[in-house]
Design a protein around this ligand. Sequence first.
Ligand code: GAR
Length: 180
Amino acid sequence: MIGVLVSGEGTNLQALIDDGLPIVAVASNKPGVRALQRARTAGIATAVFDAAEYETREERDAAMADWLESRGVRLVVCAGFMHLLRTPFLERFAGRIVNTHSAPLPDFPGARPIEDVLAAGVRETAATVHYVDEGVDTGAVILAERIPVRPGDTVETLRARVQAVEHRLLPRAVRMLCER
Ligand code: GAR
């Protein structure tokens, strides 16, 4: 049983839904995002865990972990979830949290990887699915697929090509983990 964490558009969540994976819960740190709408359309339970409503991020993360566990979640997928998870959450789902990242790791961690790849002038990037640990995108890589950076690429054109790969790679990685 899979729980997905989201913050925005939810195109990766959609790819997981379309793949027929057993998603039982979708949690967002932001209300009103398109990802929540996608989950509701698919008949999946949703909840919002807005950090502004909790004293600390640890408390917010603990509440989110409680909710996911109450829904029977065993594997957590961060699909465009833009907050770092704190220790209480990481301990509860140790070794069972994965993330999709739109650049090669460990070379380009962080929140603006497409911009960083373009600024570095490298000729190749990647879509990467990796385990989540305490660091910023430092967990072991599960699957990665290389993508050429083309001359004249902008943030928009490169993001579109990387995301098209993510939408294939993330469901494949999650299915692999489910079948283990
Ligand atoms: C995805 O491309 C994902 O790799 C990126 O945000 C996008 C979310 O799109 N995540 C990160 O950069 C995390 N460090 P989505 O909401 O449409 O799935």
